[in-house]
Design a protein around this ligand. Structure first.
Ligand code: GLN
Length: 483
């Protein structure tokens, strides 16, 4: 059962091959057996999951249908889940049980999905390796001495290891796409505003966006269909109808115009990854696509701009964690200031503190113009580059990451080298456009991801291209040995 995709599970549940309860029990058992090797879960909600599964079975028995009815998944631990620890991978949220469900959680539950728990992540979604979690690092099931990527590393590892067919994640600078690439999954970051951020603990509010990780584009389409849509509770949510993603999957690719940015294939890219990317381009050409050389001249400024804007927003968002309102509080504070200082000092990890300090500095009087304002101007130039590119092409294709999954600990003392891993993913968040990563083969037994970027609200197009590619490739079907 655990090898099945969500789409296959939907068919099996409809055919009554097994019940949602049997499926949930089977997966809970796998989690118990195998997750100690990976550390992908922070909380397993076994009883609640079984109750949801029985409810899904009852709804089906009453005649209800629906592709997600009884579908197992789990949520990145920054989506608020009522009455369940919502930790954001941080010590500072120790014991914090959210008083309500995030909109994403609520919508998936309403569609009948069964949540098995909460998944490990980099603290406050800051990272590319899932090593900054208070709950310990997550291991990559393809090689447990390596990182699974981050910050949605728990989501990626659990799905790649077949503990779950799908999971939610969030992407502020690549945190869905990069771990998807390093673990052989398909993941999509939607257009900013497509998926509600209500109940998603904020890292950098103008960049954060939730989305699914699964094994196939078809499964991502199913999940995104339920997750996307206007939410009056999120003022940045866009009031625009959601496309029919299942229908979009089936479009032929003849006439598809693919742009290859020359800046993607320069120094910094592992040439073996470059070769896999070009092989995907060849396969898409056979399906009728045409290819054009394009340029994204401001791409080189994306990382520096992001590492000003994201910390600036984080420094403001994280000020609410003060030892008073949520989670962790230091022992025996002598006065209020001591309580603030020690609760934050003890509750936040090193990377989070680094970013709060960088962000506070960049926003401070005298430096605002030099850093934050300048970064915002670069952001506009990056957006303009994409607008110009999408006048000529339908999708932009390239590598998702410059390197393969690295060894645990390899970059932990070198934040800048970790920041450089975001080279290809970050610009999409700065511009607000959608991006998808899909499996494109293996190098030395480690997965390689290809990234597709699309114009605003072109999620359907990205899923379409990935789905058509996956009809003729089987990278996405490969499972890590031992899982
Ligand atoms: N790796 C990037 C960072 O460290 C992106 C993280 C994310 O998308 N949440 O900020």
């Amino acid at each position: 059962m655990h090898q099945l995709t969500l789409t296959e599970i939907a068919a099996a549940l409809a055919a009554k091959d097994f019940s949602a309860e049997e499926l949930t029990r089977g997966l809970l058992q796998r989690i118990e057996q195998l997750d100690p090797q990976l550390n992908s879960f922070i909380t397993v909600t076994a009883d609640a999951a079984l109750a949801q599964a029985r409810a899904a079975d009852a709804r089906r028995a009453a005649g209800e249908t629906g592709a997600l009815l009884g579908a197992p998944l789990a949520h990145k631990d920054l989506f608020c889940t009522q009455g369940v620890l919502t930790s954001c991978g941080s010590k500072i949220l120790t014991g914090f049980k959210a008083p309500y469900d995030a909109t994403v959680v609520e919508r998936l539950a309403a569609a009948g999905a069964v949540s098995l728990g909460k998944l490990n992540m980099d603290e406050f979604a800051m990272g590319s390796a899932n090593e900054s979690s208070h709950y310990g690092p997550v291991k990559n099931p393809w090689d447990v001495t390596r990182v699974p990527g981050g910050s949605s590393g728990g989501s990626a590892a659990a799905v790649a290891a077949r503990l779950l067919p799908a999971a939610t994640g969030t992407d502020t600078g690549g945190s869905i796409r990069q771990p998807a690439a390093l673990t052989n999954l398909t993941g999509i970051k939607p257009t900013y505003g497509r998926v509600s951020r209500w109940g998603m603990i904020a890292y950098a509010s103008s960049l954060d966006q939730g989305g699914p990780l699964a094994r196939t584009a078809e499964d991502c389409a199913l999940l995104l269909q339920a997750m996307a849509g206007f939410d009056p509770k999120d003022s940045t949510s866009v009031d625009q109808p959601v496309d029919d993603y299942q229908a979009a999957l089936q479009q032929p690719l003849s006439g598809l115009r693919i742009g290859l940015p020359r800046e993607y294939f320069g120094a910094g890219l592992d040439a073996r990854i470059g070769d896999k990317v070009l092989a995907v381009v060849e396969a898409l050409k056979k399906l009728g696509a045409t290819v054009k050389d394009i340029s994204l001249p401001t791409l080189q400024h994306a990382i520096p701009a992001y590492y000003v804007i994201a910390p600036a927003e984080a420094s403001s968002n994280l000020s609410r964690f003060d030892g008073v309102r949520f989670g962790y509080r230091c022992e025996n504070p002598v006065n209020l200031e001591d309580l603030y200082k020690r609760s934050r000092g003890e509750g936040f990890g090193a990377e989070v503190k680094r970013r709060i300090m960088v962000g506070t500095y960049a926003l401070s009087a005298g430096y605002y113009d030099a850093y934050y304002l300048k970064a915002q101007r670069i952001r506009r130039l990056i957006k303009n580059d994409f607008v110009a590119a999408f006048a000529e092409v339908d999708v932009i294709l390239g590598p998702t990451t410059p390197n393969l999954a690295w060894k645990l600990g390899e970059k932990s003392n070198d934040p800048v080298s970790a920041y450089l891993e975001d080279l290809y993913t970050i610009a999409a968040n700065l511009a607000g456009i959608p991006g998808l990563s899909m499996p494109a083969g293996f190098v030395d037994g480690l997965p390689v991801g290809v990234q597709l970027l699309g114009n605003y609200f072109q999620e359907g197009r990205l899923l379409n291209v990935a789905h058509q590619y996956q009809q003729g490739s089987d990278w996405h079907r490969q499972a890590p040995s031992g899982f």
